[in-house]
Design a protein around this ligand. Structure first.
Ligand code: ZN
Length: 202
């Protein structure tokens, strides 16, 4: 699912020199995803129950890729680490040198290793990624309304009744969901729906 959706999202995203790779990491306790500046996309299995299908996955991958296109991660990641990782495949790198790879991912996403505290993307960056990600999923032929449903489920999954609490805490700390965020997505919806209609049935 990650690769199927990733292929379609990457076909409409403007990330020059990207060497696209889409990897699913088996970690049901982590509801998170990321895209490194070089087009390496990682999704943790903890997000699957919240995605519920290709549309939800398109919202996740679209959002992650949008952060990379807008260079939100590159502002944080050190040049040295990117060079060290070079053209290695993410899946191989995680197996061969898990500590270094995790360090790169954490630095890209502003996770302070000394204190273990996650620094969220700024609110401005989150809204940019939401906006761009919504257009990407629409252009790739996924109904953008699925993004709204995804974020509603995501914020709902935080409630104790669902049993998903804890799993979403990590992602939630970097991706706060509030009514304003969903309202903004809904305001962008007419434009996104137009893109979705133009994309046709791919
Ligand atoms: Zn984000």
């Amino acid at each position: 699912m990650v690769q199927r959706v990733g292929k379609r999202i990457s076909a409409v995203a403007q990330l020059p020199d990207a060497q696209w790779e889409f990897v699913l990491f088996d970690d049901p306790k982590t509801a998170n995803a990321f895209c490194l500046p070089g087009g390496k996309v990682g999704v943790y299995t903890g997000l699957l129950p919240i995605c519920q299908g290709d549309g939800g996955m398109a919202a996740v991958v679209g959002h992650a890729v949008a952060h990379a296109v807008a260079r939100h991660g590159a502002e944080r990641v050190s040049e040295g680490l990117i060079v060290e990782m070079g053209g290695q495949f993410l899946g191989e790198a995680m197996k061969a040198r898990p500590e270094m790879t995790q360090k790169i991912v954490m630095q890209s996403y502003g996770i302070g290793s000394q204190v273990g505290v996650q620094l969220p993307h700024s609110r401005k960056q989150e809204l940019e990624a939401d906006h761009l990600g919504l257009l990407y999923m629409a252009r790739a032929g996924y109904n953008p309304q699925e993004a709204v449903e995804f974020w509603k489920r995501f914020s709902g999954a935080h409630a104790p009744q669902t049993g998903l609490i804890g799993k979403v805490n990590a992602y939630l700390s970097t991706h706060p969901v509030d009514a304003d965020r969903i309202a903004r997505l809904e305001r962008l919806m007419p434009k996104a729906q137009e893109e979705y209609r133009n994309a046709g049935d791919r």
